[in-house]
Structure formats: structure tokens, C-alpha cells
Design a protein around this ligand. Structure first.
Ligand code: HEC
Ligand SMILES: [Cu+2]
Length: 167
């Protein structure tokens, strides 16, 4: 995040910390600055600085479990997610049971509240979520998520709507 003056190496398998201080509320873009493999061009990150009250409210909402499906379409989307075994790599707190591989992919409990998915590659909404699920490689070469080409359109739309609803 050049605006915050922060940069640190990440070493696989090691925990590193970086402390930065924003003087002003806002969004500060960062980018992986060390060529690290096929996905390197799509490795953006964002530091969001909020006033303490707003941050605490955000944190409390993010710590909670996933929203229950509010209608039949969203319930269908959740069922498709489980039937496709997406939970082999992704946690959705309150919905999935966890397991050894459940941290291979990002936690999706509040994926709909993120501004972007796949490290800044796509803005988050139902259409981009559907496109991502159908073919991650088309958006981010080297992504370690298999394509899901077998879903019919209605199931894919329900799945994407459910992911978007996870605010
Ligand atoms: C083999 C493990 C694996 C499986 C199975 C898998 N994913 Fe993923 N998924 C990943 C990985 C790894 C990423 C991160 C990709 C990246 O950014 O490079 C990801 C990213 C995502 C993202 C973007 C999240 C974010 O915040 O950037 C969504 C949404 C998603 N997966 C949904 C699904 C759905 C829905 C299914 C089932 C149809 C599924 N995934 C199956 C591994 C998996
Ligand atoms: Cu990189």
C-alpha cells in the first residue's frame, strides 16, 4: 500500500505481521510486488480505514454466521453449493461442517459483502460470481479452483444469487 508506506515479504508457511497506520479514512490499494507465479498479475489487496465505531460494527457483522436463505431461490442456491461439494474447500459458517480441506479456499460466510473477489480480479455481484464459479481460470489463470461446467443455468443463477446474499 504505497500510500501507507507498507511492504513486507510473505514466506509460505510462516506468519508475518505488518502494522500500518492510516491518518485518513479511505481505501488504500495494495498489490503483490514480488513475482510469485502464474496468478501474480491478479493479486491486489485493499486496506480499508474506517472510524472505530464503523470498524467495530463491521467486525461484529463479519464475525457472525451466514444469513439464512430468505426465499426459495436462495435456498436452492445453498443446496446447489452443498451438492457440488464446494465445502470441500470453502467454509460458510453456520452452513458447512468444516473439515481438513475447508481452508483451501477463502471463507465465504460474508463473500457478498466484499467489494471484489479473487484478490481484486472482479467486482462482487451475482453475474461475476456465476462467471467465476463456471470457469475460474478464464478470469485468473492459475487459480486453484476447479471449473464447474456441469450446472444448468437455473442452478448456477441460484448459486450465484445465494453467494451474493451472504452479506
Ligand atoms: C479444490 C478447492 C476448491 C473447490 C472445490 C471450490 N473452490 Fe472456490 N476457491 C478456491 C480457491 C483456492 C479460491 C481462491 C482463488 C484465487 O483468488 O486465486 C476460490 C475462490 C472462490 C470464490 C471467490 C472468493 C473471494 O473472496 O475471492 C468464490 C465465490 C468461490 N471460490 C466459490 C466456489 C463455489 C461456489 C464452489 C463450488 C461450485 C467452489 N468455490 C469450489 C478453491 C476451491
Ligand atoms: Cu505475486
Amino acid at each position: 500500500m504505497p500510500a501507507l508506506g507498507g511492504k513486507i515479504d510473505m514466506v509460505p508457511g510462516r506468519m508475518h505481521g505488518l502494522r500500518v497506520q492510516a491518518q485518513r479514512e479511505g481505501r488504500y490499494r495494495g498489490q503483490c510486488a514480488e513475482y510469485c507465479g502464474e496468478q501474480h498479475a491478479r493479486m491486489a489487496l485493499e486496506v480499508v480505514a474506517r472510524p472505530p465505531d464503523a470498524f467495530d460494527a463491521w467486525l461484529a457483522a463479519q464475525a457472525g454466521p451466514a444469513a439464512a436463505p430468505a426465499n426459495a431461490q436462495l435456498a436452492r442456491g445453498q443446496a446447489v453449493f452443498l451438492a457440488q461439494r464446494c465445502q470441500a474447500c470453502h467454509a460458510v459458517r453456520g452452513v458447512t461442517a468444516g473439515g481438513p480441506g475447508a481452508t483451501l479456499g477463502p471463507d465465504l460466510t460474508h463473500v457478498g459483502s466484499r467489494r471484489t473477489i479473487a484478490a481484486g480480479t472482479l467486482p462482487t455481484h451475482a453475474a461475476t460470481l456465476a462467471g467465476w464459479v463456471a470457469d475460474p481460470q478464464a478470469h485468473k489463470a492459475g487459480a486453484r479452483m476447479p471449473a464447474t461446467r456441469t450446472l444448468d443455468g437455473a442452478d448456477l443463477r441460484a448459486l450465484a444469487a445465494w453467494l451474493e446474499s451472504l452479506q
